[in-house]
Design a protein around this ligand. Sequence first.
Ligand code: SAM
Length: 359
Amino acid sequence: MPYRIEDLKSLFAFLDREGFRASQRLPLVASRQWWLSGEIESLRRFGQGRPNLHEVAVPAWYWAVHHKHNRFLFERLTLGRADESWNRPEAVEILFDRAIPSDWKLDLSSIERASPLWTVVARFDRYILRSHPAVGGEHFVYFGDDTLFLMEQSRRLLAELVQEGGESVRCLDLCCGGGGVGLSLPPFEGNLQGLDLNPAAVALAHSAARAQGLSHYHYECTDILQGIKGEYDLIFGNPPTLDPKLTGQDVFYATGSLDVLNSILETCLAALSPRGRAAMTVFSAVRDGRDETLEVIKEVIGERRGLTYTVRREFALREGLKLRHALLILKPSRNRSQEVVALSKPGWRLPGLNWRRPR
Ligand SMILES: C[S@@+](CC[C@H](N)C(=O)[O-])C[C@H]1O[C@@H](n2cnc3c(N)ncnc32)[C@H](O)[C@@H]1O
């Protein structure tokens, strides 16, 4: 599937004609957390035509206020809830094609025959491809709430660089997966390099970029822990930093450790241009109030760059041990200030959102 750019172009043109981009106003489906206050905020954003950026279930009332036709395609092509009775238009067949390269380790055992193997997310006027959520295996192509969050952050940092003027911007989508974060960037002068270990993800990212005319986007299947080439002005990513010892779960696309984090930070520092900025989400263990990841970050970065470390979420794992998800921003080398932003409300935090969908 991933290399048939013409088929993907037809799919995207079909989705355009169907007004599918409006589906970005719907929340991303997940069900890990659900707070009433979050839902109220979601409804407010929905009413304003702004995307939702935190993980929520889809409450019935979202459907009630959304156009029926969009809802139909959204359910089938973004949520992957298709069934045998759907007489599928030719243009969407590409998403259902199960002819995948034999070296892709995708576990399709939990995905129903009638479901698409790949699903489409509309965001920031671009289309992003990912695996059907029921697909497993180590070549599963991820897309999550941190993807949405990083889109906001990298768009903001890109705007800062563009505002400064000067040279074109060289972007690095670190551990790019299906390329969601980079694909969400507005048109810019420069280029983008995406790197990921997962061949299925790299192929999807490449195809989605080419089918949307982004010839200055390039993707490579590589292990970033072996070092990366080049210099970049904007680096963004959600690299693997979740230690399986903490959660008892080995989440293949997120599995990391403090050593891995150390190596990723060194790699970023070496690749970042003097005017460069980086945005990265990281997991952290907080033992008796001590944030181990923040300690490593401060040690590695030292005086070389300024940083902002913002806690996004915090989960109590056991007595005296919390798991944190945080955003690390590396500043241009002239700015060496360090700032740690605590969680504003225990339990959850909505990412800052400044973006409005163009009408
Ligand atoms: C949480 S996913 C994020 C994907 C993408 N940035 C997104 O948000 O949609 C993490 C990605 O890191 C990739 N990855 C893990 N270890 C890697 C490594 N050593 N080198 C390159 N990519 C790696 C995984 O294949 C996975 O696609």
